[in-house]
Design a protein around this ligand. Structure first.
Ligand SMILES: [Zn+2]
Ligand SMILES: [Zn+2]
Ligand SMILES: [Zn+2]
Length: 141
């Protein structure tokens, strides 16, 4: 409990009951969660709007980042230390991997998206790369 609250205050987020439970949901898993996944985990303890706002505040404070899903829906993953490269630099240039067997999407923090050369006057703000396949756990020879 202390660590969850501490984690929230580290990111300038007041530790409300909903924020604590949503953070707990993320810390309990190694893969990205959709809002629906979180609603299921919290078993209707909080309404959709409260959870939605909680995710928004986590995103804006850099506690989690968005993970695109092939279904068009968004998932979210906890930011790791690697996201923070210096005081004001917060980036997610790592690859996301979606397993077609278990359906889970994970962050491959150490696999960096190669530099893409954009045409003149195009300014990159964010990039995302989703690789689909079979994950380590499902790939049992
Ligand atoms: Zn991040
Ligand atoms: Zn898998
Ligand atoms: Zn990620």
């Amino acid at each position: 409990m202390d660590t969850l609250e501490g984690h929230l205050t580290d990111f300038n987020l007041r530790p409300t009951a909903c924020r604590i439970e949503v953070l707990r949901a993320f810390e309990g898993v190694s893969f990205a969660l959709s809002q629906g996944d979180i609603e299921l985990k919290l078993q209707a303890a909080f309404d959709r709007v409260t959870i939605y706002r909680t995710l928004k505040s986590f995103l804006s404070q850099g506690l989690i980042h968005k993970v695109l899903d092939d279904q068009g829906g968004a998932k979210y993953a906890l930011c790791k230390d690697l996201c923070h490269q210096g005081e004001h630099v917060h980036q997610h240039d790592h690859v996301h991997f979606k397993c077609n067997a278990c359906g889970q999407t994970i962050c491959l923090e150490h696999v960096i998206i190669p530099k893409i050369q954009l045409p003149d006057k195009f300014l990159k703000q964010e990039s995302s790369l989703l690789i689909q396949g079979v994950c380590q756990d499902c790939n049992i020879a």
